[in-house]
Design a protein around this ligand. Structure first.
Ligand SMILES: [Fe+2]
Length: 375
């Protein structure tokens, strides 16, 4: 039996980051410290030729942070791990090997990978998958890059198989609604089915925001968004939550889980726990506020006011405040209207944003869940 600490997304520049004493204490008490590595650890200059959008990699700072946080499991199943191609991923795999770090979630062309880290001593299996949004993901055993999230039934079959071998099962998926403080109800329905199938923890990364942690039953939890443990990059400069995250402290013996709130400071280059430990929310409370909040955030998303804090226009650019909401609304409607880019989540967000109806519709799509995340 063992103690685990789960951290969120990591993306560092070359700067060294200091770990505060409170955070140091909880990681030193743990047998396994696990984090999502958002982008390869590499000195390669050029992103892979077909890379679209921002390419992320970890600079020299990650080395010290991994040592100071005593991270011994890195999850590579995310949308940036293959941004610097085969060479970037191979650099990352040798980095993990040189530090004796277990990893999973991505495969290279020349080496077989795995979508599961098996910690045999603790009898724990941790899945690492990237959601399928865009061309970064590859199917299982189907090439290279991050492992794509399989269909629900395929994951359930794997959970059943591991449970029959007496493993404690943890599913970590990299995907989710960026900057939302509540996950898409279909995603919650999906998480719930995994828990009902026997998974002990279902954990989400990638949202760049902290989302609620629920206890569904003793020893069974859903934490859909851990946030950015330390994510210093220009692509996060407009995110008011970029410095916030939670660490989950999980005892596989007692099944207890504790939550620690973490704050990163990019000016001082440090990261630490900022307040007292808190407990997960009992799932019986879920109905009381989830749908209402999701519906409200859907509305804010469409008008552009979700996560708007640091995006406020400068004084001399007051006109942007008026133009921005209509600009966002226009693009959102364009996404919904043109079939090529249309996805089920956008349509759900639109319907959930409607007053009164939105709350009931949110409830309906939670009950329906989702079979796969491919859009
Ligand atoms: Fe991501």
């Amino acid at each position: 039996m063992a103690k685990f600490v789960f951290l969120g997304d990591l993306k560092l520049t070359d700067k060294s980051v200091r770990v505060g004493s409170k955070l140091q204490k909880i990681v030193s008490d743990a047998h396994y410290v696990i984090a999502n590595l958002e982008g390869p650890v590499t000195q390669q200059d050029k992103p892979r030729a077909d890379k679209k959008g921002v390419a992320l990699k970890n600079g020299l700072g990650i080395r010290r942070l991994i040592d100071d946080l005593a991270i011994n499991v890195l999850l590579l199943g995310n949308n940036h791990i293959y941004d610097f191609g085969e060479d970037g991923l191979l650099d990352t795999l040798s980095f993990c090997e040189s530090r004796n770090i277990s990893c999973a979630g991505a495969q290279s062309k020349s080496h077989d990978g795995s979508d599961i880290v098996r910690l045999e001593e603790a009898k724990v299996a941790i899945f690492s998958y990237a959601h399928q949004e865009g061309p970064v993901s590859r199917g299982r055993g189907n090439g290279y890059g991050p492992y794509a999230l399989p269909k629900l039934q395929d994951i359930i079959n794997q959970i059943n198989e591991l449970k029959s071998l007496d493993y404690l099962v943890i599913v970590v998926y990299h995907g989710g609604e960026e900057y939302f403080n509540f996950p898409w109800p279909r995603r919650m329905g999906w998480c719930r089915r995994l828990i009902d199938s026997g998974a002990n923890l279902v954990i989400g990364t990638h949202s760049h925001s902290v989302q609620p942690v629920y206890q569904v039953a003793p020893g069974h939890y859903i934490a859909s968004g851990l946030g950015n443990t330390y994510f210093e990059d220009s692509c996060q400069s407009n995110n008011i939550h970029a410095r916030d995250s939670i660490a989950l402290e999980f005892d596989s013996d007692s099944g207890r889980l504790a939550i620690h709130r973490i704050k990163a400071d990019f000016e001082k280059c440090d990261v630490d726990i900022i307040n007292d430990v808190s407990q997960p929310i009992d799932f019986s409370m879920f109905n009381q506020y989830f749908y209402q909040n999701w519906s409200k955030e859907s509305r804010q998303y469409i008008t552009g006011s979700l996560n708007r804090g640091s995006k406020r226009a400068a004084r001399g650019e007051w006109w942007k405040r008026f133009i921005r909401p209509s600009h966002i609304l226009f693009h959102f409607i364009r996404r919904i209207g043109f079939k090529k880019n249309r996805n089920i989540r956008d349509i759900d967000i639109l319907l959930c944003s409607l007053p009164i109806f939105g709350k009931f519709y949110s409830k309906k799509i939670y009950a329906e869940g989702q079979n796969e995340f491919s859009f």
